[in-house]
Design a protein around this ligand. Structure first.
Ligand SMILES: Cc1cc2nc3c(=O)[nH]c(=O)nc-3n(C[C@H](O)[C@H](O)[C@H](O)COP(=O)(O)O)c2cc1C
Length: 211
């Protein structure tokens, strides 16, 4: 089975991180977690399956200072991971991925990612955040960068999933419409854990060597 990095960002949907991590481990994957600092407001690393490594921003800057030959954590993580799953992907990190910003462990990992290996993105945000034109623009940029193609003229939030499915190495697990944790009702809630686990299962099946 695969070596997977499960990255969590500061959406309330990060409360599901232990369940998602457990589902991936139960499917036989070796999972390491990369957590943004805001995401750790929503779950405790102790609630992840026993032994799951959790990497956070401070781990990028160990010891008294850099010494020649020291490992660079985001590069080491990139080298050993076969799949990056960002769930939940909040509006802030979505924007940073799209713009190429890299000011924490996760965004450095994404910026240094080799798109020969896929990335699963599961956005989660308030409906008014999801509906802002920035969301569509940022997803379009991410798709275009990963697929190496110009943004199609028909790009919209409604067509985004099709484009991600047809081309490129980013797999979009779209959000769902429901009552959000803040009480608003509408699009933006993260997909159910089973939906994200299913996207990983489908990738795993496609990438398995032929018998
Ligand atoms: C209680 C709470 C819930 C939040 N939920 C979300 C959310 O579901 N989606 C989102 O995009 N931002 C949400 N935010 C805002 C992010 O946490 C904030 O933008 C943060 O800077 C994200 O940092 P990160 O992307 O580095 O994890 C929430 C903030 C708080 C305080």
């Amino acid at each position: 089975m695969a070596r997977i990095i499960l990255a969590t960002t500061g959406s309330v949907a990060a409360v599901r991180a232990p369940d998602l991590c457990s589902a991936l481990v139960a499917a036989g994957h070796r999972v390491e977690v990369v957590a943004t600092e805001p995401s750790l407001y929503f779950y405790r690393p102790a609630d992840l399956p026993a032994g799951t490594p959790v990497h956070r921003d401070a781990d990028e800057w160990p010891g008294e200072g850099y010494a020649r030959g020291d490992d660079v954590l985001h590069i080491e993580l990139r080298r050993r991971a076969e799949l990056l799953v960002v769930a939940p992907l909040d509006a802030n990190t979505l924007a940073k991925f799209a713009l190429g910003l890299c000011d924490n462990l996760l965004t450095c990992l994404y910026r240094a990612w080799d798109f020969a290996r896929p990335v699963v993105l599961a956005p989660a945000m308030n409906t008014l955040m999801w509906d802002k034109p920035a969301t569509s623009r940022h997803l379009a940029q991410i798709w275009s960068d990963a697929a190496g193609r110009e943004i199609p003229a028909d790009w919209s939030l409604a067509t985004a999933e099709d484009h991600f499915t047809r081309e490129g190495s980013v797999i979009l697990v779209p959000p769902q419409s429901k009552r959000l944790a803040c009480g608003d009702v509408g699009m933006g809630a993260m997909s159910e854990v089973v939906g994200i686990a299913e996207a990983v299962r489908a990738w795993s099946e496609r990438s398995a060597p032929a018998p």
